[in-house]
Design a protein around this ligand. Structure first.
Ligand SMILES: Nc1ncnc2c1ncn2[C@@H]1O[C@H](COP(=O)(O)OP(=O)(O)OP(=O)(O)O)[C@@H](O)[C@H]1O
Length: 243
């Protein structure tokens, strides 16, 4: 079942974007600051109504789902998620079960373990570092076991080891048949870990392909204004800037 947008427009932010995202893989959304990445992922999450075009989940317009049904199927992690109450990490993660209205003990325990939060489980979230908080917020999304995990820069606050650990977690979710959609600024992470890369530039979708094609030298040069080339083997590529 795909999550798709057709002729999507958000005035001043996105123009005529059409793309279908597959489940069972990781899609990276890349582009410079202000390109429309957060706007697109908010629309895909059903949190921002477009000014034109359609958003669909399988055969259904996304807007036809009740907020609860949508929240059961789509987990969304915003770019700078604020935590309103100073609850424990465990209770924060448990909030991921709200759309299901169940206790979901197994799902909560699994999410806490997947994000290596066992040692923090009883700590108030206000005492966590930025990276620890980012992992707790991702665990809240995982606890809901949504079909789709949409995350806006979920790795930005993480150290390299935790970035790779989170990517392994997200790959496991994708292998289990979920759709994983990540806004990523780090082009090497997109190149090495995504199955599909979307490149946005000034609100236009300029590439929608497997990483090597979507992030080829000409695209990187045109969109980011950087002359660079990829070196290394598949899965371990690095972007070397030449000018
Ligand atoms: N609520 C809003 N109202 C009007 N314009 C907005 C609003 N939110 C964002 N914009 C504008 O829409 C454009 C796209 O913003 P968006 O946040 O989607 O970009 P982005 O690609 O996620 O950027 P970044 O990499 O800086 O996070 C930007 O020019 C931004 O200034």
């Amino acid at each position: 079942m795909t999550l798709a947008v057709t002729d999507l427009s958000v005035t001043g932010r996105l123009r005529d974007v059409t793309v279908a995202l597959p489940r069972g893989g990781i899609t990276a959304i890349c582009g410079p600051n202000g390109a429309g990445k957060s706007t697109l992922i908010s629309v895909l999450a059903g949190l921002l109504a477009p000014d034109g075009g359609e958003v669909s989940l399988g055969d259904l317009p996304l807007a036809d789902l009740t907020p609860r049904a949508r929240a059961q199927r789509i987990g969304y992690l915003p770019q700078s998620a604020e935590i309103a109450w100073d609850v424990s990490v465990r209770n924060l993660v448990a909030l991921g079960r709200l759309p299901h209205r169940d206790r979901g003990e197994d799902a909560i325990a699994h999410a806490i373990a997947a994000c290596s939060l066992e040692d923090f489980a009883m700590r108030p979230v206000s005492t966590l570092s930025g990276g620890e908080k980012a992992r707790a917020l991702l665990a809240r999304v995982l606890a809901g076991k949504p079909e789709w995990i949409l995350a806006d820069e979920p790795l930005a606050a993480l150290d390299l080891a935790h970035q790779l650990a989170m990517l392994r977690v997200l790959r496991t979710e994708a292998d289990a048949g979920r759709g994983v959609v990540l806004v990523l600024h780090d082009l090497a992470l997109a190149m090495n870990h995504a199955d599909l890369v979307l490149v946005l530039d000034e609100g236009h979708l300029v590439a929608d392909a497997e990483p090597l094609q979507a992030l080829d030298r000409a695209v990187v040069n045109r969109v980011w204004g950087i002359d660079a080339e990829w070196t290394g083997e598949p899965g371990h590529r690095a972007l070397v800037i030449s000018g």
